[in-house]
Write a protein that binds this ligand. Sequence first.
Ligand code: ADP
Length: 357
Amino acid sequence: RRGVRGNFVPPIKSNGNNVGNMTSRIGGKSDDSLEDSTKRCLEMLYGPDGELPEKLRNLEPRLIEHISNEIMDRDPNVRWDDIAGLDHAKKCVTEMVIWPLLRPDIFKGCRSPGKGLLLFGPPGTGKTMIGKAIAGEAKATFFYISASSLTSKWIGEGEKLVRALFGVASCRQPAVIFVDEIDSLLSQRKSEGEHESSRRLKTQFLIEMEGFDSGNEQILLIGATNRPQELDEAARRRLTKRLYIPLPSSEARAWIARNLLEKDGLFKLSNEEIDIICNLTEGYSGSDMKNLVKDASMGPLREALKQGIEITKLKKEDMRPVTLKDFENALQEVRPSVSPHELGTYDEWNKQFGSLS
Ligand code: ADP
């Protein structure tokens, strides 16, 4: 068998001295009481010596299992070419994050990179896609967690989960930890309303970040937020590079629409029609564009059904391609989700705290 970094790992129960005893040390559970799926998750994390790394020994197996199954993504299937526009962000991220993850030997000393990156901007503009693409391009393991789930779903257990998350990530280096809605974890709103537990969670998170920031670990933390102004100073300090991910340009909107339709063989629009769609979608986010295309692509289907063809008998050839009219109809249904007022807030924050070059 092969371990995390391709090293040989001895079989699970080769003698009474290995896994059985090791897992029995985790959270005080005996090996027999662990489910097979939990054992499999732990197995993946054994070090080259066939031992569970120190950091994971006192963690509860069910948390490690949750992280391995729900939070860890071994194959984040996004590449730079899937992301429309955002050239500035792609260039910064390549230099700051991908090269250092690929060549840690060159990026040390003066060149040692920051370990925290903030992506901020309106919702649905590709922040999560960038996180996944970074992991994909740098051949890193991707961990995705929504900070609001830590405070809502994992009430009282968030700290433990955070410790387990950073522990597992350090066994799967290089690793990218993507924390969505990071503002809800590292918000500057104080005291009244701030429960003791969420304060502890925040402290734990900052401690973990401090830990890998000062070490040689190849872990990158990416925080994403639609509300950068809510972040406190400690969070800003640790997220050294802060990139504004704005709404897509007109070219990027055209690219998203064309790309989605072409994938399904539904693209037959002329350049002029695409230009018209771009003009009509000023202020739409990438995800609004996706919803718009989805709605427009229903047009041909609805029309075919109106002509009396039964859905069960409908053939793909019975449907015409998507037209400008379909888009015009869809525009009535799918409205932009970001208001111009919100955009002003991002610009201001970007001028004050963003990494502009
Ligand atoms: P965010 O994390 O900024 O809220 P996501 O990265 O989750 O947004 O994007 C949501 C969806 O919108 C994506 O799955 C994709 O289909 C579409 N999308 C958003 N921005 C882009 C973009 N720049 N290029 C291509 N697709 C995009």
